[in-house]
Write a new protein. Structure first.
Length: 177
């Protein structure tokens, strides 16, 4: 297995060493972006419906995921480094892009969203698992001793990123009538 695949597996497994490795490896930023894109393609596949233009749906999910990833990482950086830093916090936006990018790996389960019965469960499990992975990744990127500070920073960051992406989505949504 390649280093990339080991890292994706470690991110799925919430492995602390994986998050420490990608945090420190400046060359892993493109790998993190690849994980975000794979997760967004999986989400797009999960939401495909018969007759829909699959390229458009997947491209929309990919663009939204990349935008959301960058916004969330920058917001988490602001909260984590300036609003809620621990004494040992030393981080950069790049470190947060890498750890949160790999933490998107569990969202690949969303590819199963369109399946009957297990689809909604796969979406919820993938989403919750991804959020937990984000907390683990942020804890390591911001050098927090406890998970609670990372949880608060991720929740606040998610809320702001969600509102930002929702506003963008509403602004570019086709008219209803």
């Amino acid at each position: 297995m390649t280093l990339f695949m080991w890292r994706v597996a470690g991110a799925f497994g919430l492995d602390a060493q994986t998050y420490e490795d990608v945090e420190a490896d400046r060359g892993a930023t493109f790998q993190a972006m690849a994980v975000v894109l794979l997760a967004s393609v999986a989400t797009g596949i999960g939401f495909l419906r018969a007759g829909e233009p699959w390229v458009g749906v997947i491209a929309l999910h990919a663009a939204g995921a990349l935008l959301g990833w960058v916004v969330w990482a920058v917001v988490i950086y602001g909260f984590g480094v300036y609003a809620f830093p621990a004494p040992e916090t030393r981080s950069s936006v790049g470190e947060l892009l890498r750890t949160t990018g790999f933490a998107s790996a569990p969202a690949m389960l969303r590819a199963l969203t369109g399946l009957p019965v297990i689809g909604p469960v796969a979406f919820v499990v993938g989403s919750i698992w991804m959020f937990v992975a984000m907390v683990v990744g942020v804890q390591h990127a911001l050098d927090y001793k406890t998970v609670w500070r990372a949880l608060a920073v991720c929740a606040a960051g998610w809320l702001i990123a969600f509102v930002f992406v929702a506003i963008i989505g509403i602004a570019f949504a086709p008219p209803v009538f």
